[in-house]
Design a protein around this ligand. Structure first.
Ligand SMILES: CC[C@H]1O[C@@H](n2cnc3c(N)ncnc32)[C@H](O)[C@@H]1O
Length: 481
């Protein structure tokens, strides 16, 4: 397929739509006109965009967990608990791994098994199998707005069914739900398929229905430098806006050094304001993901990591924070543990509501570097695409100009290597083919050399390994044993 960053015609969209809705029997229940009417009757307090707008205007940080189980009644019970006990501002529905791979047969088997075993045999909610009516049962049982969270390279049918089902926010994108989640799916394929998702959202918007879109910020969740993360957020947001998306939450996964993370959130807002300046009617918000790397098993230590994430989200004025639980190192959390992660986060956010991180030289320097790096990558992507962003992305991955650390995809160059400096900020030990100037490369090298001097060792791959295990072992920087 030829990909270009151009709004799809309705004719092209409808032609592909016929195939999409045939991928599973429940696709036949999607009737767009009826779905638009149904969405029209979902009042503002149950729309994610309204909640985000209110939070952005009042400068508060909303809390949202991840959560999903196999059966509709159990999923409602779980979400009701997170809403009423956890006080979640926005509710998730995390989709199961079979559905994420379009393996609806095994999802169906998982539903059957869950009924037999009387416990969830899936690691999320199989929305495609439950269909439009099943999704509406969930939406109508809850008072809070709902977002679909997943990791699906081909999310076209999932989007059709969950949006018709009353969800008002859809996570993911052609890079962020491919490169960290799949090995064999080409970038062309997922950029194209996610243009379909965004064109569907554009169709809802053209009919007065506001649906929020949230590219998946953390990517591989493993020491992803802010400028790599911001590049993907901006690219996916711009591709979505071209298809008619009007509400975008751009995300970033916590790295752990407070100044760098606050600088990342502030620079993300500033970069987004620049890159989306031509889209007059777009609402831009930010989401901060609490630490996505390895967690300590110990409950108290895990609470500390959760609270550190909540603190940074508040001090960085993120519109929303995605919370973690003390079961992170163990598996799918109980509803109680999930609610506790929400309550700990809310406590910290409330206590920091009237505080902010005073601007300082370090913060300004960090913001300057992140913005310079991101712009250097973005400029090169556009150059490679001869002005077409979609073409540029495909070429950028081939050239390693966009490169995501520790990604499974064979379409990712995998040449960059991140490691923490002496204060725990994430730096480029190897910047691979990222198109950075000498100034940028030297800045990162010096930071890592300083750590090496302090530790009495060379800046090396061993630091990367030490840093990957550090948080789970009670540290931030992986110091030599
Ligand atoms: C993006 C990855 C994260 O999503 C979370 N996650 C995935 N599936 C579920 C789930 N079913 N319930 C709660 N949390 C979940 C978990 O914290 C994991 O680290």
């Amino acid at each position: 397929m030829k990909i270009e960053n151009k709004k799809w015609s309705l004719e092209k969209f409808n032609q592909i739509r016929e195939e999409v809705l045939k991928q599973w029997p429940t696709g036949q229940d999607v009737d767009l006109e009826e779905a638009i009417e149904y969405q029209k009757n979902i009042e503002p307090k149950k729309r994610v965009t309204a909640k985000l707008k209110e939070a952005k205007e009042s400068g508060i940080t909303l809390i949202q967990p991840r959560a999903g189980v196999a059966l509709i009644d159990k999923h409602i019970e779980l979400l009701r608990f997170l809403q009423d006990e956890g006080k979640a501002d926005i509710l998730p529905t995390t989709i199961d791994s079979y559905t994420r791979q379009n393996n609806y047969e095994d999802a169906e088997a998982g539903i059957k098994e869950s009924r037999e075993e009387k416990r969830s045999m899936l690691n999320g909610f199989p929305a495609v199998n439950h269909g439009v009516q099943g999704c509406r049962e969930v939406v109508e049982a809850l008072a809070s707005p709902l977002q679909v969270r997943h990791g699906t390279p081909d999310a076209r049918l999932l989007a059709e069914i969950t949006l018709a089902g009353g969800f008002t926010d859809f996570e993911g994108g052609g890079i962020s739900y491919n490169i960290p989640y799949a090995k064999e799916v080409s970038i062309e394929r997922t950029i194209y398929d996610w243009q379909y998702v965004d064109r569907l959202v554009g169709l809802y918007e053209e009919n007065g229905i506001s649906i929020n879109r949230e590219p998946f910020g953390p990517l591989t969740g493993t020491l992803v430098p802010p400028s790599v993360s911001h590049t993907v957020a901006l690219v996916e947001g711009l591709l979505a806006a071209e298809q008619g998306v009007k509400n975008l939450t751009l995300g970033y996964g916590q790295c752990g050094n407070l100044v760098q993370d606050v600088a990342a959130l502030e620079s993300l807002r500033e970069l987004a304001a620049e890159y989306f300046a031509d889209f007059k009617d777009i609402m831009l918000t930010t989401v901060f993901h609490q630490w996505m790397g390895g967690f300590p098993q110990d409950e108290a230590q895990a609470f500390a990591v959760i609270s550190w994430g909540a603190s940074t989200a508040a001090l960085g004025n993120a519109t929303k924070v995605i919370t973690k639980t003390t079961h992170e190192a163990l598996g799918i959390p109980t509803k109680e543990a999930n609610a506790e992660g929400l309550k700990a986060s809310k406590q910290v956010i409330n206590m920091l509501r009237d505080q902010s991180l005073a601007s300082n030289d370090k913060l300004e320097k960090e913001k300057e570097m992140i913005k310079k790096e991101t712009k250097q990558i973005m400029d090169h992507v556009l150059e490679l695409g001869k002005g077409d962003l979609a073409q540029g992305v495909v070429k950028a991955f081939k050239a390693g100009v966009i490169d995501i650390p520790f990604a499974p995809s064979r379409f990712n160059a995998g040449k960059i290597l991140p490691a923490r400096d002496n204060e725990g900020a994430v730096r480029y030990l190897d910047h691979g083919n990222l198109p950075f100037t000498e100034e940028i490369v030297k800045f990162h090298q010096k930071k890592l050399e300083d750590r090496g001097k302090d530790e009495g060792r060379e800046a090396s791959f061993q630091m990367v390994i030490d840093d990957i295990y550090a948080v789970g072992q009670g540290e931030l920087v992986g110091r030599p044993k």
